[in-house]
Design a protein around this ligand. Structure first.
Ligand code: HEC
Length: 164
């Protein structure tokens, strides 16, 4: 089944992004696509993610983050675990290929707020440039990039992080 490999947001283009984000499809396909969109929305909702929030987060991501983290958070650099000549690590992928899904919401939000730890590294400090809502939206979008398997593991990590 290919359907599971399509990132959840991919079929949500119509939610808030207008026609440009949705490739033209034949009428018959369109019907199938709308069934799939409903399916994808159901999957997002099963994760407690609001499809409209995810679609907004996608816009934030495409505008500010994709240039480093790659389209769909797939990363741009193969050896992202190795620092460059200046000693900086390249931006990691944020999908299943990276470690973001090992980190609870609070840690992801913290990364977006303050950027690279102690200013060493190239991840910008977004709290100076983005609204709180933009930062929450983009974290929701990042969660939509994960597979069901990664998401299930993330849920355990999230739960553990909330234990007193
Ligand atoms: C200039 C390049 C750059 C841009 C633009 C950028 N990042 Fe990053 N990001 C990084 C780097 C590099 C790291 C790894 C931390 C480090 O090396 O200091 C990182 C780390 C992260 C992490 C932590 C990943 C993890 O495994 O937990 C998150 C989350 C993240 N970025 C989200 C974003 C979001 C959201 C945006 C857009 C609002 C964004 N980044 C824009 C370079 C960038």
């Amino acid at each position: 089944m290919n359907a599971a490999k399509i990132p959840l947001w991919a079929l949500l283009g119509g939610v808030a992004l207008g026609p440009a984000a949705v490739p033209p499809v034949a009428a018959a396909e369109q019907q199938a696509a709308s069934a799939t969109t409903a399916d994808m929305e159901a999957r997002l909702k099963a994760r407690g993610l609001d499809p409209v929030v995810v679609a907004r987060g996608r816009v934030v991501f495409d505008t500010h983050c994709a240039r480093c983290h790659g389209a769909e958070g797939a990363g741009k650099v193969r050896n992202w675990r190795e620092p460059d000549a200046a000693g900086n690590y390249p931006a990691p992928p944020l999908n299943d290929a990276g470690y973001a899904w090992n980190h609870p919401t609070e840690a992801l939000l913290e990364s977006v707020h303050v950027g690279s730890p102690q200013g060493y590294g190239i991840m910008p400090q977004w709290e100076k440039k983005l609204s709180e809502r933009d930062m929450l939206d983009v974290v929701s979008y990042i969660k939509s990039l994960w597979s069901d398997a990664a998401y299930r593991e993330w849920m355990d990590i999230e739960r553990a992080s909330q234990e007193p």
